[in-house]
Design a protein around this ligand. Structure first.
Ligand code: FAD
Ligand code: PHE
Length: 537
């Protein structure tokens, strides 16, 4: 569910409208020229569509293959390296952390993470159990799906909405042990709003807007949408679900108690959760790679060549030189190293790159500052010895929404029928994420469980085996969940031009930050800009 805190405050215009390859290009070059960093005009993408570099671009033109250092082995860095290497570029990827994937981190048994304060956790999970600590879901239209298919990554449905998951608003009346099922809340909200709209229609309140035929069509729609009685009133019905479902012995089922009055239903504020299901980024079907989100990036590494991806190699500086770039980093053995290349694509979090030794100038640093991963987010994985949410609550995947500080509870979309399972016991942002981040891991677990018990009962505590929590603003070399890029700003367009022989990539370099889709498009833009330049100079 998108809460106010979670709503990404950016205009989500079409990527191709936003990349500024049309009329505003001149403005961008002027800006870059003024700071002495503009690559040649010939180096900008020409077409308003992705045209991947091809091997034949080199073989047919006799041009020499260029060398590119890619900084960061998250989605943007690995996709950049992959696309370049497919065309014959010589690519080296430098990653600061001990693993690839960046914010798509999947935690499995034995995985350890140490936060920026030195707090270390090691996951104690069962066989095949994992927690997607960062990215968890992919919409069908996202380019992420294309990479899964191209690389052969197996994937399955991620259940983002489930009529039998719960809504629990304790600030507006939910009481412990009394969560409401989505289907019940929907029946009541749709029922009463339909009743009210029917009444308004009958009383002539909409006569200015509607013809007689419109009114009849509206009434007929509302009758079925809201399960209204013949007299236009809402009195409940089977759409709410049952306390005992129909069977051979109880053929009509046992109805649930309720519905409450129209005032109670409106006051519950349950309706606020419904837009999520039709949100363009979040509507079903959605997908996940089998075995965990970061599996995808193992496939990327295999395609790029393991020998070309260096882990534990934090970059400390990127400098433009007369012939290309020099990238300084600390090698795995702790020794400082330098690599010379023709170009670099840098995909580390924007705010952190300001701490590097660079000669791209204060203006670029200032621009990077606007794209820092400013938002905190946190998750906890709770491993249980039984799948009581399936056995007792009949919830197979999906999300329970709450107004508690845990915000969302995710049921697993894998492992059905297994004995054990793992829930995401909180997924929160903003001040709620900071509240949990400021606690020790055990305290986070206790607080999440204390709240979850109100919805799921005692087993939420007694069946718990282990937990693992993440606070994204405390993860070294990441230090935030996502940025809120203003893609209309001249800063964005400035960064899209690159800085000399350095190009910037990342989800923050796209219209769709906080999604791998955005990181892939950010990478594609950088690759296309770089390649166009190579082919035209
Ligand atoms: P990152 O993934 O951040 O990768 C940057 C890389 O640069 C990291 O590996 C980092 O270690 C490395 N780096 C940093 N400094 C250095 C240095 N000095 N030297 C070398 N390397 C360095 N996306 C979805 O598609 N679906 C989701 O459901 C989803 N949910 C999310 C939930 C959460 C809680 C979070 C945090 C993110 C979520 N995302 C989701 C977003 C997705 O994870 C990001 O959009 C994506 O990972 C961004 O890719 P990136 O390559 O731009 O950056
Ligand atoms: N992509 C992330 C997720 O789906 C963050 C996000 C949440 C982005 C809500 C947009 C809306 O969890």
């Amino acid at each position: 569910m998108v809460t106010d805190e979670m709503t990404i405050g950016v205009s989500r215009r079409n990527f191709l409208q936003a990349v500024g390859v049309g009329s505003s290009a001149g403005v961008m070059f002027a800006t870059m020229g003024a700071v002495g960093l503009a690559p040649t005009a010939a180096g900008q993408p020409k077409n308003e569509s992705w045209s991947p570099p091809r091997e034949s671009d080199f073989t047919l033109t006799g041009r020499s293959r260029k060398k590119v250092v890619v900084v960061g082995a998250g989605p943007a860095g690995l996709a950049s390296a992959y696309e370049l290497q497919k065309a014959g570029y010589k690519v080296t990827v430098l990653e600061a952390r001990h693993r690839v994937g960046g914010r798509t981190l999947t935690i499995r048994d034995g995985d350890s993470e140490t936060d920026v304060n030195g707090v270390r956790q090691t996951a104690r999970f069962g066989d095949g159990i994992y927690m997607n600590a960062g990215a968890g879901r992919i919409a069908q239209w996202m380019v992420t799906m294309d990479y899964l298919r191209e690389l052969g990554v197996p994937y399955e449905v991620f259940t983002n909405a489930n009529a039998d998951a719960y809504l629990y608003n304790e600030r507006t009346g939910s009481t412990p042990g009394n969560p409401t099922r989505y289907r019940t809340a929907k029946a009541d909200v749709f029922g009463y709003t339909s009743e009210l709209l029917t009444l308004a229609t009958d009383q002539g309140a909409l006569d200015q807007k509607l013809t007689a035929a419109d009114k009849e069509n509206l009434r007929s729609f509302l009758r079925s949408w809201g399960s209204l009685k013949a007299d236009g009133t809402y009195q409940g019905g089977s759409n709410r679900g049952f306390s005992e479902y129909p069977s051979a012995w109880n053929e009509h089922g046992t109805p649930l108690a309720g519905p409450g009055s129209v005032s109670e239903v409106l006051a519950s504020r349950m309706g606020q959760y419904f837009p999520f299901e039709i949100n363009w980024e979040q509507s079903m079907l959605m997908f996940q790679p089998k075995g965990g989100m970061d599996t995808t990036y193992d496939y990327f590494v295999r395609a790029i060549g393991k020998q070309n991806v260096h882990l534990d190699s934090p970059v400390t500086g990127v400098r433009n030189t007369s012939s290309g770039v020099t990238v300084s980093y600390t090698a795995k053995n702790g020794k400082p190293r330098e690599i010379d290349a023709d170009f670099a694509i840098v995909s580390a979090p924007a705010g952190l790159m300001r701490g590097w030794e660079t000669n791209w100038g204060p203006d670029i640093d200032a621009a990077l500052g606007e794209f820092a991963l400013g938002s905190p987010a946190g998750k906890i994985g709770l491993q249980y010895r039984s799948r009581f949410w399936e056995d007792d609550h009949r919830i197979y995947g999906g999300i329970t929404e709450t107004d508690m500080d845990l915000a969302h509870i995710w049921y697993p979309s894998y492992g059905y029928g297994e004995r054990k399972g793992l829930l995401v016991g909180y997924y929160n942002t903003g001040t709620n994420a900071r509240t949990y981040a400021d606690m020790a891991p055990k305290q986070r677990e206790l607080r999440a469980v204390e709240q979850g018990v109100k919805i799921h009962g005692a087993k939420y505590r007694t069946e718990l085996e282990s937990s693992f929590s993440i606070a994204w603003h405390k993860v070294p070399y990441i230090e935030g969940a996502w940025a809120y890029p203003n893609t209309e700003s001249s800063r964005f367009k400035q960064l899209q031009q690159g800085a000399g022989n350095v190009y910037f990539a990342g989800d923050w370099m796209s219209e769709v930050s906080a999604w791998q889709h955005g990181a892939f498009w950010g990478a594609r833009y950088a690759v296309q800009a770089l390649h166009t330049r190579v082919m035209t100079t």
